[in-house]
Design a protein around this ligand. Structure first.
Ligand SMILES: Nc1ncnc2c1ncn2[C@@H]1O[C@H](COP(=O)(O)OP(=O)(O)OP(=O)(O)O)[C@@H](O)[C@H]1O
Length: 352
């Protein structure tokens, strides 16, 4: 069974020819839909999955389970989001560990029938119309002509492009291009939709429309995994996020669960200051501080402070440096996970 990632930027499956029934795969088929949802294996499961690109460890022992709803995938550049997406959509295999969709290896074409992928980049045949493009993708998915036409109209309607789909792709706005990519991702009527930076470059009105579309897809029972740097917009959509840092999942859950987690998360922070000794002396009086290590001298240096309850610690810390008129020249959480989580909770959306 051949599966490839074509230049169109669209994940293409080449399973056996099929008619209107997308679940008419040969049995026994562990991905077959069952009315007893609880009895099914998880929709998407990463089990200690690692991915090396030559000497680069892009994904490090990731364990993650998705079952329903919308999950935001966030993290700094290079954190491993695209690699995680490539593994989830079967574009590449883990070097170590397993990635499965409903219990089937994500690399297997049967798993791909359950996953729709909307890549971040556009690689269309620009002279094609949106309708022809989606129809061609349906044919490449293995549907016969009649079924491809039926599905094309169905997905164009679902993304609100029926009336605009005969224009050439080169004339489309960014938002329209995203809709067409989404339409092709919906062709197999997948349970899981993986969207890589779907809002990037889309104007504010287009964004609102897309958010509405994502909500409605989730309302229809689809599970969505959305990678995005647009944190404010993402939070309008879901409060369930997976935060990545250096190839690991630093935290996953609702924002409240992650904030609660951070309450108990011991934190190491390096503070560069003009008076590290005075700062360390005062910090050791703070109840949440577990310890301090000083480097440098009275002319300047650093204190590595270990503290519990980061939010409360930072509030006290802010008051302390103002009261004592201590100059803070730099502040850096030393733990990658804590750095990423705090960066997300305290930055980005501006929420704390
Ligand atoms: N094909 C590749 N060959 C070598 N290294 C790679 C390859 N793809 C990704 N990497 C490296 O793997 C790490 C994770 O990259 P990845 O693209 O998954 O991160 P990301 O979170 O998606 O980043 P961005 O937000 O910038 O797209 C980075 O260090 C990156 O340089």
């Amino acid at each position: 069974m051949k599966t490839e990632f074509r230049d169109t930027g669209v994940l293409v499956n080449t399973p056996p020819p099929r008619n209107g029934n997308p679940t008419s795969s040969p049995s026994p088929d562990p991905v077959a839909k069952s009315p007893v949802a609880d009895a099914l294996p998880p929709l998407l499961l990463f089990e200690h999955a690692s991915k090396w690109y030559g000497p680069v460890l892009a994904l490090n022992q990731v364990t993650l389970e998705l079952t329903s709803g919308i999950t935001g995938l966030v993290g700094a550049n290079g954190a491993g989001k695209s690699t995680l997406i490539r593994l989830a959509t079967g574009q590449t295999q883990p070097t170590i560990g397993r990635v499965t969709v409903r219990g089937v290896d994500a690399w297997d074409w049967r798993a791909r029938e359950l996953v729709g992928y909307c890549p971040d980049h556009d690689a269309f045949y620009e002279d094609m119309s949106g309708r022809t493009f989606v129809y061609s993708m349906a044919r490449l998915c293995g549907f016969d002509r009649a079924e491809s036409r039926r599905r094309t109209e169905g997905v164009l309607d679902r993304v609100g492009m029926t009336d605009r789909a005969d224009r050439k792709l080169r004339g489309y706005s960014k938002g329209m291009r995203q809709r067409i990519k989404l339409a092709q991702a919906l062709l197999p009527d997948p349970e899981l939709l993986v969207l890589d930076e779907p809002l990037s470059g889309v104007d504010p009105v287009g964004r609102q429309d897309l958010l509405e579309l994502f909500r409605s897809l989730a309302g229809q029972g689809k599970c969505l995994l959305i990678s995005s740097h647009e944190l404010e917009e993402l939070e309008k959509l879901t409060n369930h996020v997976a935060i990545m840092a250096r190839g690991r999942i630093a935290a996953v859950g609702t924002l409240q669960q992650i904030r609660d987690l951070m309450e108990d998360f011991p934190l190491s922070v390096r503070v560069d200051s003009d008076r590290p000794r005075d700062l360390a002396r005062r910090l050791l009086e703070v109840p949440d501080v577990i310890g301090c290590d000083i480097s440098g001298d009275d002319a300047g240096g650093s204190v590595v402070v270990r503290a519990r309850h980061p939010k409360r610690f930072f509030q006290t810390f802010g008051r302390l440096v103002v009261d004592e008129m201590i100059e803070v020249r730099g502040l850096e959480p030393l733990d990658d996970s804590a750095h990423a989580i705090l960066g997300y909770l305290l930055g980005g959306s501006g929420k704390t």
